[in-house]
Design a protein around this ligand. Structure first.
Ligand code: DP6
Length: 332
């Protein structure tokens, strides 16, 4: 429910895809070619307060006034609601995350999920998980998987207007509380090619792209089975293979694109040896140089010792997080 002032605050966790989203069939509506599957990452979160009825549109992110594209993407999401409800008027948005300063961890999924939930509530719209996921998707595709906690699947959908392309929870965080996602920050450099541009290039120029779409879609069912059985070995092997295949589409693009740095590859190749020594650990890798290691709580000491060998800037241990939710206290 909205408050009388048209103000609301929401918080959402980030997520990491184990079956990646890589490529859009509709750029404007952010509709993917294939379905994807992710796990929400606690304790990483973004908190956002939205107030309609401001003097003029204003966006502040992590204490600074947002400009350019960053601001435009936030305002564009508010515009989706204002198109239907012009009475809402100018909007003031303040947003902040608890992501480690070394960064390298995508915060846009958490940010747009929190923004979508806060916008809808401030506009007086009833709580609706599906509608919130649809709105979050228009901000950033992966954000539609951060509206609910645990394991979520973003179904690609078939409709041209995107009304059936949203994410749904398949397993609550309590299903596998011991699952751990260990983000290893090997490089704090800003990536040269953003996911949005990297995936467009793969769609348009990679000869492997159609094979990727087919194999990723098939991975969803297998991943759900492995998660249903809490089978780390099955899930880990599948997540690794899916990440290699996503990156392979970009290696084969024109011009070729590698998000891996030499330190990334060194770590990925060493994982096989570490598993042979008996440590149950696998990786996934988004559009950047920093691997996220999959393991279980009991194996953390060994996995952290392994990660330390690569002199990371930071290591962030995450567990499955809960739903995006509204808060009583506002940021302004
Ligand atoms: C590699 O959701 O950031 O992290 O929809 O263009 O905003 P846009 O892209 P974004 O891409 C995420 C790509 C990925 C894989 C994933 O999260 O599924």
């Amino acid at each position: 429910m909205s408050t009388a002032s048209g103000k609301a605050t929401a918080v959402a966790h980030s997520n990491i895809a184990l079956v990646k989203y890589w490529g859009k069939r509709n750029e404007a509506l952010i509709l993917p070619w294939q379905s994807s599957l992710s796990v929400t990452l606690a304790p990483l979160e973004v908190k956002t307060t939205v107030a309609f009825g401001a003097q003029q549109d204003e966006v502040h992110i992590n204490g600074k006034e947002a400009k350019g594209n960053e601001r435009a993407r936030v305002i564009a999401l508010a515009d989706v609601l204002r198109k239907e409800m012009p009475v809402l008027g100018p909007v003031c948005v303040h947003s902040g995350g608890n992501f480690p300063a070394s960064a390298g961890l995508a915060s846009s999924a958490a940010a747009f999920a929190a923004l979508a939930l806060a916008l809808r509530s401030a506009a007086g719209l009833a709580r609706d998980v599906e509608a919130t996921s649809l709105l979050a998707r228009l901000g950033s595709g992966s954000a539609c998987r951060s509206v609910q906690g645990g394991i979520c699947v973003w179904s690609r959908g078939e409709r041209e207007d995107g009304a059936d392309s949203f994410a749904r929870q398949h397993f609550a965080p309590q299903h596998w509380p011991g699952l751990r996602m260990v983000a290893v920050i090997l490089s704090g450099e800003e990536k040269a090619v953003k996911s949005r541009d990297g995936m467009r290039s793969a769609v348009e120029t990679s000869p492997y792209y159609s094979a990727w779409v087919k194999s990723a879609e098939e991975d969803i069912e297998r991943a759900l089975q492995a998660i249903g059985a809490c089978d780390l070995e099955q899930l880990g092997a599948l997540a690794e293979r899916n990440a290699w295949r996503m990156h392979a589409t970009s290696f084969a693009a024109k011009p070729p694109l590698s998000y891996m740095r030499p330190s990334t590859l060194a770590m990925l190749l060493a994982l096989e040896e570490e598993r042979q020594k008996g440590t149950p650990v696998w990786f996934t890798l988004d559009a950047g140089p920093n691997p996220v290691l999959l393991t279980e709580e009991a194996h953390l000491p060994k996995v952290l010792a392994f990660a330390d060998r690569f002199s990371p800037l930071d290591i962030v241990v995450c567990h499955p997080g809960g739903d995006a939710r509204l808060l009583e206290s506002h940021l302004f």
